[in-house]
Write a protein that binds this ligand. Structure first.
Ligand code: ZN
Length: 58
């Protein structure tokens, strides 16, 4: 039985993929918008909007 099934999830504001709660976010979960540091940085770059249609598989 998956013990992590009841963890909250969000959709990444950059890549649009769902991601699960992580221990490191326990204090800032309400503020978390991106699944990873990489997405967080990408979203801050203006160029990301133009490259959004491309998918490199992570
Ligand atoms: Zn992401």
């Amino acid at each position: 039985m998956p013990h992590h099934a009841d963890r909250p999830t969000k959709l990444c504001a950059c890549c649009g993929r769902p991601f699960q709660w992580r221990r490191k976010w326990k204090d800032v979960w309400d503020e978390v918008r991106y699944c990873s540091e990489r997405c967080r940085r990408e979203a801050r770059r203006p160029a990301y909007r133009q490259r959004r249609e491309q998918s490199d598989g992570g």
